[in-house]
Design a protein around this ligand. Structure first.
Ligand code: SAM
Length: 445
């Protein structure tokens, strides 16, 4: 049985395999760490001869090719170990990418992500969806892998989230243009999928240019609409007389769009405005209009700035509005939302707020401590169950070769204890977090 509203402490690959049953989750959001900005050149450098393991350690610097990705690669490309759990197209794509890219941090990242995406596909219900948050450095490779796992026919959108305002890189000598957006790949597991209509309010510019009139007494903004139509439909060629006594018919070759009775109703409601010649026009109020359906460019959700109320100081923290939009779009109340790289738990906060159930997984003590404190802070949850939380000795055994993790753990534990004691999420404010180095530097970093 799937336990929900719980946190798992550990490597998500291990947790997924051990605890999360097949087809049990409705929505997955993942925002894996990736050191793209700082390491763009490094991630393609050949690492042949280097004796480092894949450092999937959260908030260590990068991913590296080594014995572990080699082992995962062998699993993904040999049917004996995976026993049919890895679809053939995934094997082919991963093998082709290795041939083209070589053994380097980028390939380590692709291999480690591929094996996790296979598991995430397994745990998703047939009606479920996945949203993979990344940036353009590795996005194109991940999309090939996602197509192979989820089937290109289930690709729904490449969402562009404008995560920062203009950069000054160019004035500082950068050749590339300012890199200001993240990419969120959105796939469903099948054609029959949970989807809700999300409407977005019109932008200020749109409102000002398209709804130019303001009613003096009510202050309501409106635009004027034509009341004629190209095709006839019943009583639509009558003569209409305005309150000032001017009578008009529809323009040549056109018809009234409404019956005379309906026009009289508009007149009673004060919806008609007349031109000098007496032609009626219809007042469309902006507040009658819920906005426009959500599109794939999201530039209306600002990143978390240094003064934001929700800012916890956790590197790479994403805005709650972004996660609420995703949760609202692709799940219903009571559904299960999973974030396997949950950081300070923004997806879980959005899920709880919107009455979904949730599961969070993270590999660091700090993230688990921050999430517990944040859930307590936001929703008064006194106890949140943490599964897989090792004692210090067990922990050391569980992550034996993760040097950075081992070094950080005591510090993170002290942190966690302090957060719980003080009943605060903000104990990890900007001054405290930087000694946990960010793998990808989010806007909050
Ligand atoms: C970019 S952050 C996620 C931020 C999150 N979206 C938020 O709003 O707070 C990535 C997180 O993934 C975690 N992580 C990295 N590797 C992991 C793994 N193998 N298993 C579980 N969590 C992992 C890191 O500890 C980090 O907290």
């Amino acid at each position: 049985m799937l336990e929900t509203n719980v946190l798992y402490y550990g490597d998500n690959l291990d947790i997924l395999r051990r605890y999360i049953p097949d087809e049990s989750v409705d929505l997955i959001y993942l925002d894996p760490p990736f050191n793209s900005e700082r390491n763009y050149n490094v991630i393609f450098k050949n690492e042949a001869g280097r004796n480092t393991d894949a450092q999937l350690v959260a908030f260590e610097d990068a991913w590296h090719w080594g014995p572990n990705p080699e082992k995962v690669y062998a699993y993904l490309t040999n049917s004996a170990p995976h026993e049919g759990r890895v679809p053939d197209p995934v094997t082919s794509i991963v093998a082709a990418l290795r041939k083209g890219i070589g053994d380097n941090p980028m390939m380590a990242y692709i291999v480690e992500m591929s094996v996790r995406l296979v598991e995430l596909h397994r745990v998703l219900k047939p009606t479920g969806s996945i949203f993979l948050h990344c940036d353009p450095t590795a996005g194109h490779y991940l999309r090939l892998v996602l197509d192979a796992i989820f089937d290109a026919r289930n690709f729904q959108n490449e969402i562009v989230w404008k995560r920062s305002s203009a950069h000054s890189d160019t004035t500082q000598g950068a050749v590339h243009l300012g890199r200001t957006h993240d990419v969120i790949f959105f796939y469903s597991k099948s054609a029959v999928t949970t989807r809700n209509v999300v409407m977005i309010p019109f932008s200020k510019e749109y409102v000002e240019s398209h709804y130019r009139h303001v009613e003096p007494v009510t202050g309501r903004r409106y635009r004027l609409g034509d009341l004629t139509a190209a095709k006839p439909g019943g009583d639509t060629l009558y003569e209409w007389t305005s309150p000032s006594g001017k009578s008009v018919r529809p323009y040549k070759g056109r018809y009234w769009a409404y019956t005379k009775e309906k026009m009289a109703e508009f007149e009673r409601q004060g919806r008609l405005v007349y031109t000098k010649s007496g032609m009626p026009e219809y007042k469309r109020y902006i507040d009658d209009n819920p906005g426009q359906p959500l599109q794939d460019i999201w530039d209306d959700i600002p990143p978390i700035n240094s003064q934001a109320k929700e800012r916890l100081g956790y590197p790479t923290q994403k805005p709650e509005a972004l996660l609420e939009r995703i949760v609202e779009l692709a799940s219903n109340p009571g559904d299960v939302v999973l974030d396997p790289f949950c950081g300070c738990g923004t997806a879980l906060i959005a899920a709880e707020k919107l009455t979904r159930r949730w599961i969070g997984i993270d590999i660091t003590y700090l993230a688990i401590a921050v999430m517990k404190a944040r859930l307590k802070d936001s929703f008064g949850m006194e106890t949140v169950k943490v599964l897989g939380q090792p004692t210090e000795v067990e922990g050391a055994r569980q992550f034996p070769d993760r040097a950075g993790q081992r070094q950080e753990r005591p510090r993170q534990q002290r942190y966690g204890a302090r957060l719980e004691r003080d009943n605060r999420t903000r104990a990890c404010g900007p001054r405290l977090v930087p000694h946990v180095r960010g793998a990808d530097q989010g806007d909050a970093a």
